[in-house]
Design a protein around this ligand. Sequence first.
Ligand code: HEC
Ligand code: HEC
Length: 471
Amino acid sequence: MQDVVRTCLGWLSVSCLLVFSTALPVPSAEEIVPAAGTSSNSDAAKRGYVWLTKTPLLPPDFDDEVFESVWTVWPQPLRDQARKATPAERRKLAFERYGLVESPDHPGTGPALGYVDAGEGRWVMNCLACHSGTVAGETVLGVPNSLFAMQTLTEEIRLVKLQKGKALAHLDLGSLHIPLGQTNGTTNAVIFGVALGARRDRDINFVLTGNVPPLLHHDCDAPPFWNVRRKKTIYADGFAAKGHRPLLQFVMVPENSGERIRGWEEGAKDLLAWIESLRPPKYPGPVNAELATHGKVVFDQNCARCHGTYGDGSEFPNKIISIEEIGTDRARFDSLRKEYREFMANGWFGHYGEKIDQYRVDTPGYAAPPLDGIWASAPYFHNGSVPTLADVLDSGERPVVWKRSATGFDHARVGLEVERMDAVPATVTLPADRRGYFDTQKPGKSFQGHTYPDALSDAQRRAVLEYLKTL
Ligand code: HEC
Ligand code: HEC
């Protein structure tokens, strides 16, 4: 394993960002705690959850010893606070600093949710690091992890390893070449896939001749998993036909032969079944039913043509709106070139063009997502630039810079509890601290666009906000 890790140099380290390196035996479905938030009991979904949470999908990121020492590189006064704390309190401080969530299967011990236990105290990142988190302090499977501080965690882990003379791993090296995420809760994950795909042929066999295209780094907010079941195509620009194969695009590292990756097909099928079995959490606060009923009428007249309908006989139109019309930040749109979409559509991922009708090699803009459980998946838009639904509904209200509280939920505006400001305070100088501020003036982070709700009256807006709580 260490050898694999050490070979991850130069651009290869980029490829080592996400790798299924060893497949441990998968326990039977009975051994797992049923996933909270799932409504389907299908065997495939259960197997998918086991596959995901028990199989090390990547080389180890670090071990317990390194994680337990990470406080030693923290800035003051946090470091002193950690020094005086018990190991359990220190673990809590570290989880808070990096946006890690305790696993419901073994809270307080072992790897966080989002990491697989690879034995010998080793932590291996999996999909849930970005795709599960907390809402108003409660753990929710499939919700984007809006607190994940991937860049800060990686930088501080690397420092500890260097101090201890430990071998660096894939992310420690990869992050020297590719930014992982400049604002906590969002990541440059789309670009990881582009960099990995550049070295694969259409059968996803590794090739030395491929050229890594120019990379337009930008951070995205992961979409909630529970909406995948309503979509025909996935990702912000809706380019890829929904299927199990695209889920494996992050495993295209040189160490994984095409044959090996193709061999994971059954696991990926089960994983998709689990993703599609997820349902959104219910809004926990009070709802004014009369106002929400009025809001439904306004919504159906103004929003449903793009976002679909909800409740009995609901329909979802799977629309993609041109980039000029939607007007939200275009870095994500510009970052994925036609060549990459063609590679996905015409090769193994797209069943060699068999699904070509569903792939959109020339996608015009961004997909209008389903709004199920929308109350829970703040911040909003594909780049996570807008902290509350009230701000989505009134483009003039959106904060230029915002900083969220640790776990607070704003029930009035529906979304993250934030401090609003015009600029990141000059006193905030450490990069780790700056990542706690969402600065919409930075490239790829604009809050512009999607001005449709501006046409509503204040009363209509209030009603739609109430209705959105019920989806
Ligand atoms: C480092 C964070 C990160 C990790 C790890 C990660 N994802 Fe994602 N995922 C994202 C982001 C960001 C997006 C949004 C990309 C876009 O829309 O273009 C995304 C999008 C998706 C989507 C599309 C959902 C939709 O509604 O369109 C699926 C499905 C998905 N990821 C599955 C997975 C699976 C399965 C894994 C594990 C093998 C995984 N992801 C690992 C960050 C991550
Ligand atoms: C012409 C199509 C269209 C109309 C009409 C429209 N939207 Fe949207 N909406 C979109 C698209 C496309 C996005 C994704 C934008 C992005 O992520 O950059 C979006 C995003 C959103 C989001 C954020 C979703 C998320 O997961 O982050 C919300 C909330 C939303 N719309 C609510 C509404 C409401 C409420 C209305 C009606 C008042 C409305 N929209 C009207 C196309 C539309």
